[in-house]
Design a protein around this ligand. Structure first.
Ligand SMILES: [Zn+2]
Length: 321
């Protein structure tokens, strides 16, 4: 049993991992702030709270359904060969996800593609593998999941995941599946949000699942410490724009299911903030001075309402320039 230590006087959230299963955090009133880390004040805490409420189950077309509310978005193709998932969500949602999968058909989950290594996309690997699924990931995602990885930005050290939660089918650049009567194209385009991103394109449904290389309506996290950066994030967005049409369904890692116009708006926001931060950096300004200049202010009303606020996003952009 691994317990997350909290302040003896009070805490915002307390939670524990028992045999690989997250115990849902309990809220308490703090007499002093709790630890400032991913699972207490960061995105992880937010996802754990969200997972306590119902999933949003959004049917798309040609057997594709998107499930929202278990960490990152989960895309499911359900058909005669079984279920093909993009991302695994988080383990506290297991019971809700099993109910949702059963509603989509009696077949079992055969494949789970991890779009990247982050906890909110991979924590469900263990139970899905135990239920019979093969876990698919880019080689660098495998590396992060099997090594101790500290993320300064999250003030958290992730231990290697249990052997049964590790990807066993590794992708370098691309891999194609023929499953449920459609072709499924899995590709890595080099560094993006991390150094191990995969996108998944369902040909028949004309649906492109982008993981965290696309946050629809939100400033994205960029994992500069694990190979991502703003320029490569922009390149992924540009490549996705090239690959899609106005008819393509575009599934982000976070935010509502979108389309090509949403993707273009996201790319334009990335470029706009990047240009502003770069110009200030070239003037010799420090990070603190750049944050104080509010170079993302024009984008904040539309993009700043989720886990990454404008000042945080400016810091993430700056770190990659
Ligand atoms: Zn991520």
């Amino acid at each position: 049993m691994k317990t997350l230590r909290t302040s003896p006087l009070g805490m915002m959230l307390s939670l524990a991992i028992v045999a690989g299963t997250w115990v849902i955090p309990t809220l308490s009133f703090a007499s002093e702030p709790g630890p400032n880390d991913y699972f207490h004040t960061g995105a992880g805490a937010r996802y754990l709270v969200r997972a306590q409420t119902a999933l949003d189950i959004e049917p798309q077309r040609d057997g594709i359904t998107v499930l929202l509310g278990s960490g990152g978005n989960i895309t499911v193709l359900s058909g005669p060969d079984g279920k093909f998932l993009v991302d695994a969500g988080i383990s506290p949602s297991r019971a809700k996800l099993q109910v949702a999968f059963n509603q989509l058909g009696a077949t079992s989950v055969k494949y789970v593609v991890n779009t990247h290594w982050h906890w909110d996309h991979t924590d469900g690997n263990a139970w899905l593998h135990a239920a019979g699924a093969t876990i698919v990931a880019q080689r660098n995602t495998y590396k992060h999941l099997t090594q101790t990885t500290h993320v300064n930005e999250w003030n958290w050290t992730f231990s290697p995941v249990p052997v049964d939660a590790r990807p066993t089918l590794l992708v370098d650049d691309e891999k194609t599946f023929d499953f449920d009567g459609t072709r499924i194209e899995v590709e890595n385009l080099g560094a993006g949000h991390t150094d191990g991103d995969l996108w998944v394109y369902f040909v028949k449904a004309d649906t492109l699942v982008l993981g965290d290389t696309f946050w629809n309506g939100h400033f994205p996290y960029i994992d500069n410490e694990d190979g991502g950066n703003i320029d490569s994030a922009i390149q992924w967005a540009n490549s996705a724009i090239e690959r899609t049409t106005d008819k393509t369904i575009v599934v982000p890692g976070h935010g509502p299911v979108g389309n090509r116009a949403d993707l273009i708006a996201f790319r334009d926001m990335l470029v706009g903030v990047s240009d502003n931060v770069r110009a200030l950096k070239q003037q010799g300004k420090s990070l603190d001075e750049i944050i104080a200049a509010k170079p993302a202010a024009a984008f904040d009303a539309r993009w700043g309402g989720f886990v990454i606020g404008q000042d945080h996003f400016v810091k993430l952009v700056y770190a990659g320039l």
